[in-house]
Design a protein around this ligand. Structure first.
Ligand code: DNO
Length: 397
């Protein structure tokens, strides 16, 4: 497998030579400065690639794009979409011309990954990202005060949420709003309460079936181009894999993944298998999903979560938590071996997804979830599993 590392570009507080010291050689990167819907020019892609590969002693390469974002109007199915599809295809062609063939993207409406706490204490020291069902409910019912929100939550949760809200200070509430927005990558606008309400209102008439139809349309528009230029598209699952703020999410379960791969059957229409996102859903048997969908997977995010009965979850250590990481890794090592029959150089790209803030991480301003030491620990543990499973399983020899 190819050990990768997400780098947010020249603004990232973690620098390329440091990444190399973690052992990773594949860089996962995006041109976050370019607004959604605008073409990634070949010049800009080449400049970023040059930056990543500038020092050949490091031996880094730009392995995966995460993400080439989809404009909200495509998700909404609103307005004249032809130019947006054309721009997306142009970016794909430009990436392929520069030798970058794996594109991760998501189809989550409005928000990306969503948490309520960015620095929840971990036993033994360090902090972790957490989704707290009570705070989420408080945000939905009392801060957004979304019409009909109460019908989406358990009465006991609403009572606990009201108690949290009544005792929360203004700065607790501001922090919760900032945390809910924290998953949006790059320099994109963060929403205030009014902004979120306005965005959610635009989705009102779309509904689950509408969102699926808009997604299938996107796939029909871009997958033929991906096939032509050798691009592998890899959709990232919803995080968490459940409806949020009354908005349906459609990349949350085995059934959803089956809908996607069948919407436009093609090797180019694949999945980013994110164990942490899928693992946050009680309905998901992650090792079984890995087995079922392995032939469609082009990129792996490896991370673990520990879930509570009320729907809260926290990001656990990479080998802690509820998901059997060893089983998942074994599945993908077998898949990698299978693909090598046709492509002897194939290596499945994976990255340690998120990490706890450990040691000196808190002093360095990195993107939430993307600290240096915490991810390095995760990568080291995953590397150990990969070596051990490979050594012990004769089918992988
Ligand atoms: C979270 C990430 C996601 C992912 C996007 C892909 O840490 O895995 O934000 O980058 O959803 O489009």
């Amino acid at each position: 497998m190819e050990e990768c590392w997400r780098w947010f570009g020249p603004e990232d507080a973690v620098r390329l030579p440091e990444i190399r010291q973690t052992g990773a050689t594949g860089i996962v990167n995006a041109l976050h400065q370019i607004p959604y819907g605008v073409i990634w020019s070949e010049e800009e892609i080449a400049a970023r690639k040059g930056m990543i590969e500038a020092d050949d002693r490091l031996g880094l390469r730009w392995s995966v794009v995460e993400s080439l974002p989809i404009h909200e109007n495509i998700k909404l199915g609103e307005g004249d979409l032809a130019p947006l599809f054309e721009n997306y295809r142009a970016s794909m062609r430009n990436l392929a011309r520069q030798g970058i063939f794996t594109i991760c993207y998501n189809f989550m409406p409005v928000l990306d990954w969503t948490r309520t706490d960015l620095a929840h204490p971990v036993a033994g020291g360090g902090t972790s990202l957490r989704f707290d069902a009570v705070k989420y409910c408080a945000f939905d019912c009392f801060m957004l005060a979304r019409e009909g929100a109460e019908a989406d939550h358990d009465p006991a949760l609403i009572r606990a949420a009201k108690a949290w809200f009544d005792s929360a200070s203004e700065s607790d509430k501001d922090a919760l709003l900032a945390n809910v927005n924290a998953g949006l990558p790059g320099a994109y606008a963060r929403y205030d309460i009014a902004g979120l309400k306005a965005m959610f209102a635009r989705y009102k008439s779309v509904g689950r079936e509408g969102l699926k139809a808009n997604y299938a349309r996107f796939l029909r528009e871009v997958i033929p181009t991906a096939e032509e230029c050798g691009i592998r598209m890899a959709v990232h699952p919803d995080d968490p894999p459940r409806p949020l703020f009354g908005l349906d999410r459609i990349v949350s379960s085995a059934e959803d993944l089956a809908f996607i791969v069948n919407a436009v059957p093609s090797k180019a229409n694949g999945i980013t298998f994110c164990t942490g996102s899928l693992g946050a859903g009680r309905h998901n048997d992650v090792p079984a999903m890995a087995e079922r969908f392995a032939p469609h997977v082009h990129f792996l995010h490896l991370r673990n979560v520990a879930k509570d009965a009320d729907g809260s979850f926290m990001e656990a250590a990479h080998l802690g938590g509820d998901t059997d990481m060893i089983a998942v890794i074994r599945t993908f090592l077998r898949e990698e071996k299978r693909r090598r029959a046709d492509d002897p150089d194939f290596r499945m790209p994976f990255r340690p997804d998120h990490g706890h803030d450990l040691l000196g991480d808190a002093e360095r301003k990195t993107h939430p979830g993307y600290p240096l030491y915490g991810r390095m620990r995760g990568l080291a543990e995953l590397r150990g599993v990969i070596s051990a499973v490979t050594a012990l399983d004769p089918a992988l020899a």
